[in-house]
Design a protein around this ligand. Structure first.
Ligand SMILES: Nc1ncnc2c1ncn2[C@@H]1O[C@H](COP(=O)(O)OP(=O)(O)OP(=O)(O)O)[C@@H](O)[C@H]1O
Ligand SMILES: [Mg+2]
Length: 433
């Protein structure tokens, strides 16, 4: 006669709540009644959390085995590259607002306590696409963690969870809710393990939108309150920093943005000329190969690049015929012109520089001599960027699109592309809407 040990087969269920050290609540999903189980001796000291899957004995009395640790942890985990504040260009106001909102309370927690000054739990970054919301989110994680490390002296690492709203929305019935709970549970867990957790929710309006406005109003009517209560369960950003990002902050449910929740709203604007200069300077680094002629009349490479950027900006921001991009017809019959520079973004600038590099590489390969980036490359790259664009509005969504690009859409009746001189008629997106 021998001992067979525990059964190795049996039903699997998800933990919905941890009850003390010896019991678990499970079920209430998939038509199951909610139930309380005892932890088996094997699980007594395992660190279980909400969302984990456990195997249960067939009588549903005992949780026997931990099957998977919630996979959202790895699924949403995103790496944060070396991103000092200087790598974000033209966003002084936004960066200052972030520093005020979170650096101070985190680094001077005792002072805030003394003044009984409420600390926020995070902030909302909003603004047009490609202007740096995701970048700033990651830069926040990088810089904050670094400062914490210096202050505490201990090894603090960031744990950056990058959650994309629509991914949560497109889950199975019941899964979305579970994910939200799990994300917060993971964040709290990671804090206990000594990490600094950041929950970055991209396209936040999709899951945290006003409940009435959305096609998904069913899901939102449970997700929004659930998110609110999860947030209320967080004491302050000393535990978890929540960052929301959205192109359409006007669609986010006001309950989310109430004081005590995400009450700091930070605008990430389109770069102006000075901002564009800073961004060019971030990507046109001193150590890249440049065409010899560029450096001739300047004292050093730094100065040569400054001058290059000056000329490029003149070219791109000039209110010239070639830079006209969209014609907007207003109800009054008046027409406004949007210039290419009105639609510029950090993403476009980064992409222009990449294209220019590619041109220099191709030249080097075809001539078998080393060539550097030249001024002309940046002009050609600029043209290419705006003609191969997905910058054009989808035909049926004029108003939505205008809101997206952060242009006041009131009384617009028509947008049509301004055809650049000498361009072929087959230019993509050139249909009038
Ligand atoms: N202010 C900036 N400074 C430096 N680089 C920038 C800046 N803004 C954008 N970029 C570059 O463009 C890329 C895309 O920007 P990012 O993803 O942060 O935009 P976003 O605002 O999150 O856009 P979306 O609304 O489409 O999500 C960045 O990875 C970076 O390379
Ligand atoms: Mg983004």
């Amino acid at each position: 006669m021998g001992d067979l040990g525990f059964e190795t087969a049996g039903p699997v269920t998800k933990i919905t709540e941890i009850l003390g050290t010896d019991r678990l609540r499970v079920g209430s999903e998939h038509g199951l009644h909610s139930m309380v189980l005892q932890r088996s001796a094997d699980l007594a000291s395992s660190s279980l959390k909400t969302g984990d899957e456990v195997r249960v004995d067939s009588n549903y009395r005992m949780a026997l085995e931990m099957l998977s640790s919630a996979k959202s942890q790895e699924y949403y985990l995103d790496s944060v590259p070396e991103l000092p504040w200087e790598k974000v260009g033209g966003q002084e106001a936004a960066l200052q607002a972030i520093k005020d909102a979170i650096e101070l309370p985190l680094l001077h927690a005792d002072l805030f306590k003394k003044f009984q000054h409420a600390t926020p739990k995070g902030f909302l970054l909003y603004g047009p696409p490609g202007c740096g919301k995701t970048l700033i989110g990651k830069a926040t994680a990088f810089n904050l963690t670094r400062q914490l490390r210096e202050q505490v002296g201990a090894e603090v690492r960031e744990f950056f969870m990058h959650v994309k709203g629509p991914e949560i929305l497109n889950m199975w019935v019941g899964e979305s809710e579970r994910m939200v709970r799990e994300i917060f549970a993971t964040a709290r867990e990671k804090r206990k393990e000594g990490f600094m957790p950041f929950v970055f929710i991209d396209e936040a309006e999709s899951i945290l939108g006003t409940r009435r406005a959305s096609r998904y109003s069913n899901i939102l009517s449970t997700l929004v309150p659930m998110f609110c209560s999860e947030m209320d369960g967080i004491e302050s950003l000393n535990d978890v920093v929540i960052i929301l990002a959205s192109n359409r902050a006007d669609l986010i449910d006001p309950a989310i943005l109430r004081p005590g929740r995400i009450d700091r709203k930070i605008k990430v604007n389109r770069p102006n000329k000075q901002g564009a200069r800073e961004i060019y300077r971030i990507y046109l680094t001193d150590d890249l190969p440049y065409e010899g002629a560029l450096t001739k009349e300047s004292a050093g490479i730094g100065e040569a690049i400054e001058r290059l950027v000056d000329r490029v900006l003149e070219h791109q921001f000039a209110r010239r015929e070639e830079n006209k991009f969209l014609e907007v017809t207003l109800r009054s019959g008046r027409k406004e012109i949007l210039y290419r520079s009105d639609l510029i973004s950090g993403a476009i600038i980064a992409s222009i520089v990449e294209r220019a590099k590619a041109m220099a590489i191709k030249r080097t390969i075809s001539t078998q001599q080393e060539h550097g980036i030249r001024e002309q490359d940046l002009y050609a790259a600029f043209d290419a960027e705006y003609s191969e664009n997905d910058i054009f509005p989808p035909a049926d969504m004029t108003e939505e699109w205008l809101k997206l690009i952060d242009y006041d859409p009131e009384n617009v009746v028509k947008i049509s592309p301004v055809k650049p001189i000498g361009d072929s008629p087959s230019r993509p997106g050139s249909g009038v809407i």
